[in-house]
Design a protein around this ligand. Structure first.
Ligand code: G3I
Length: 316
């Protein structure tokens, strides 16, 4: 059977996974990561707390290990993430408001500058919205208002002119108040000439919440603004234990996401938020939920899920 990357590539798209640096040293994990996928996102190692824990002191070793692994397996890297309210060292929140913008721009200049040339796309700004579509309170929003997003995108373009620049968020998978807010932001940024190349649609789905409303149409409206779309953090969790019905629904959601991406020319690819339940973030965040990934916690492929992804991409 073709790999997920081969099936996606037959539609001109990539299929990737998020990974921890520590997983790269685990031979069975690395064997799957290196063969099934065409793209890697560092799950944590390029985040602010791991790259500039103390102001002005930069650490790139974790992110560099991901880049090196990807390059030796002919894979691209999505950089994740430059400006986010979470996994942010305490010193940023303690800055006087007037110093937040220079600190943010310096962070971007250094991190995106260091990895320039090695990053296919950056999640420049992550999770800027609340679920009701209002802007989320953060040290950046509180210091600069929504203009922080344009400042961040401009700084990223200056630091790495070849990387595709994204804004990334969750619960914008289908039509709704939050994706409307993202749409309006993207439209306004494009109209103002701010460098924005794509929208990252995280894709953290749950069997018990139903499938997002009009996913394909939602992808298409961003594409129609002249933007790429990527599914950046796909997983489909469920309340444990599983049942035959929940597993069937899960596989169907994976199929529907692949089909939505396949149907939209400017959907460039799909990334799962780690490929194995062994390293999924879900059980640590949602008590009683899990089993979200396409490989189980013993690194065994879930053939029902993987076949469904292939079907979604149009492979029989
Ligand atoms: O490294 C420390 C370790 O030293 C310590 O002993 C341990 C005990 O808590 O924590 C470890 O850090 C954890 C880190 O992951 C690395 O494993 C943090 O507690 C934990 O909070 C952190 O979780 C990450 C989460 O982002 C934080 O919000 C997940 O791994 C990561 O998968 C997750 O990824 C996010 C995306 O960046 C954005 N979208 C949502 C997605 C899922 O939450």
């Amino acid at each position: 059977d073709p790999t997920l990357q081969q099936v996606a590539a037959s539609k001109g798209k990539f299929f990737g996974s998020a990974s921890e640096v520590s997983s790269l040293n685990e031979a069975p994990y690395a064997a799957i990561l290196g063969t099934e996928f065409g793209q890697i996102t560092p799950a944590n190692s390029m985040k602010w707390e791991n790259t500039e824990r103390n102001q002005g002191q930069f650490t790139y070793s974790g992110g560099q290990s991901i880049v090196d692994f990807a390059q030796s397996h002919s894979q691209t890297v999505r950089g994740h993430t430059l400006v986010w309210h979470n996994q942010l060292p305490g010193w940023v929140s303690q800055l006087p408001a007037s110093q937040v913008r220079p600190a943010m721009e310096n962070h971007i200049a250094n991190v995106a500058g260091h990895f320039a040339g090695d990053i296919y796309a950056w999640d420049v700004v992550n999770e800027a919205f609340n679920d009701d579509g209002t802007f989320r309170s953060s040290p950046f929003y509180n210091a600069m208002g929504k203009d922080y997003i344009a400042y961040a995108l401009r700084a990223a373009r200056a630091a790495d002119p070849n990387a595709k620049l994204y804004i990334n968020d969750y619960n914008i998978d289908g039509m709704g108040a939050k994706s409307d807010a993202m749409y309006n932001l993207a439209r306004d940024l494009k109209a103002a000439g701010v460098p924005l190349d794509g929208i990252g649609i995280q894709g953290h789905l749950a069997v018990q919440y139903g499938f997002p409303y009009q996913m394909q149409q939602n992808f298409q409206r961003f594409a129609d603004l002249g933007l790429d779309v990527a599914v950046t953090e796909l997983d489909v969790r469920m309340q444990t234990p599983s049942t035959t019905q929940k597993l069937a629904t899960q596989a169907d959601y994976y199929r529907q996401v692949a089909a939505a991406c396949a149907a939209v020319t400017r959907c460039v690819g799909i990334t799962v938020w780690d490929f194995t339940d062994k390293y999924s973030w879900v059980p640590g965040t949602f008590g009683g939920e899990g089993l979200a990934c396409p490989w189980d916690d013993q690194l065994r492929p879930k053939t029902q899920v993987i076949d469904a992804i292939r079907t979604g991409f149009g492979y029989d």
